[in-house]
Ligand binder design. Structure first.
Ligand SMILES: NC(=O)c1ccc[n+]([C@@H]2O[C@H](COP(=O)([O-])OP(=O)(O)OC[C@H]3O[C@@H](n4cnc5c(N)ncnc54)[C@H](O)[C@@H]3O)[C@@H](O)[C@H]2O)c1
Length: 362
């Protein structure tokens, strides 16, 4: 691997600074951060100062950035409604693209992104970073090995008690396309489909609630929300059945009166065994007429006071993505898979509106 990829970041806000920039900047042998874009240009300037290679450039308009033919890769870290236009323009400008989750605001936009990737032959991946956690990685291996048998029931958990994101545009229906379902339900559903390896949904029934969003001075991890701004749902639930008869129950909330808080986790139930992410990764089954359960140590088993591993999940996500480009292999998160997640989320919203089951054609 001799070539260094020239990487640009569009949208220099929370996730760019929290995940993409620190992870990419570690890949000193393979990545150079050469361009930064934000409509709030000071954010792009700040990111350039902290992470930019020598001569790195700052842009206010992503279309100008895309004119630079030396850029190989673009990371799209903007609100959901701009994922599709920026990603499609970047693919058409001959760049590989990592776009943040969810793939897009609508399934039609996500489909257009996939088509653009196919048309241009460039790589496209979506930032479903929870796949790169040690528990998720291990569960994927367990499920692939067949030890769970046929997984016919799963739960996708995205439940917060009171953690409504009050910064940026998360409460804005127009910009984001929805609330907790499209924001965090998307991660849990992605984990469920990926670990089950089931991308053939058949029917979707959903319900969506705006039950707590009107409350003034609400307790909230990120500070009280403004009820006038909170136009998206505060919780949403879905039941998805699949062509092979499997069922997934998806539960998502930013604010719900519950003590059963679980986020970006799955529970899988198969004919030979089960798994959940309660307190790490647990497996369960039956043997010699007895039930068993076991806890998988997903740490490195290192020093007693330090359980860290050499690479965090965002770092692994970034490294494998860059290697997929350099080695011309598939990225871990395929756009085809992310599209199915978006189709199901949209079907939950539609079903909640109409009160009817939505049938998906594959
Ligand atoms: N993978 C994860 O777990 C995770 C976590 C948080 C956010 N996200 C996703 O990342 C995206 C951004 O979220 P965030 O928390 O960083 O939001 P944010 O508001 O902190 O940052 C978004 C940035 O994009 C900029 N921007 C908006 N439109 C732009 C445009 N057209 N061109 C250039 N810049 C533009 C904004 O000025 C802002 O600085 C969302 O899609 C969100 O779903 C993913």
């Amino acid at each position: 691997m001799s070539k260094k990829l020239k990487v640009a970041v569009v949208g220099c806000g929370g996730i760019a600074n929290g995940k993409h920039l620190p992870s990419l900047s570690r890949l000193k042998d393979t990545v150079e951060l050469v361009a930064f874009c934000d409509i709030i240009v000071e954010r792009a300037e700040k990111a350039k100062e902290q992470y930019g290679a020598e001569g790195a450039k700052v842009y206010e308009d992503y279309k100008e950035l895309l004119k630079d033919s030396s850029i190989d890769v673009v990371h799209v870290c903007t609100p959901n409604d701009s994922h599709a236009p920026i990603t499609i323009a970047a693919l058409e400008a001959d760049k590989h693209v990592m776009c943040e989750k969810p793939m897009a605001k609508t399934a039609a936009d996500a489909r257009a992104m996939l088509e653009a990737a196919k048309r241009t032959g460039k790589k496209l991946t979506i930032g479903y970073n929870n796949r790169f956690r040690p528990d998720s990685q291990h569960l994927k291996k367990v499920a692939e090995s067949g030890r769970l048998g046929e997984v016919y029931f799963a739960k996708a958990h995205a439940i917060r008690r009171r953690a409504v994101p009050t910064w940026g545009v998360f409460l804005d229906e127009e910009k984001q396309g929805g609330g907790p379902l499209i924001d965090i339900g998307t991660h849990a559903l992605d984990l469920a489909l990926w670990t089950m390896n089931n991308y053939k949904p058949k029917a979707v029934l959903g319900s969506v609630y705006h039950k707590l969003s009107h409350k003034e001075n609400a307790a909230n991890a990120f500070g009280s929300w403004d009820p006038k701004e909170f136009t998206v749902e505060d919780s949403a639930f879905g039941m998805i059945t699949f062509e092979n008869g499997a069922t997934v129950v998806l539960e998502s909330s930013w604010a719900l009166n519950t003590l059963d808080v679980k986020e970006a986790k799955v529970t899988l139930c198969g004919t030979e065994g089960g798994a959940d992410m309660e307190d790490g990764l647990r497996l369960n089954g039956e043997e010699f007429s007895r039930l068993w359960e076991t806890k998988v140590d997903t740490g490195a088993g290192g020093v007693a006071f330090y359980s860290g591993s050499a690479e965090t999940d965002p770092q692994l996500e970034a490294r494998l993505w860059i290697e997929a480009i350099l080695n011309d292999t598939d990225p871990v998160v395929l756009p085809e898979q992310a599209l199915v997640v978006s189709e199901i989320l949209e079907a939950i919203y539609e079903s909640a509106k109409t009160g009817k089951t939505v049938y998906l054609n594959n």
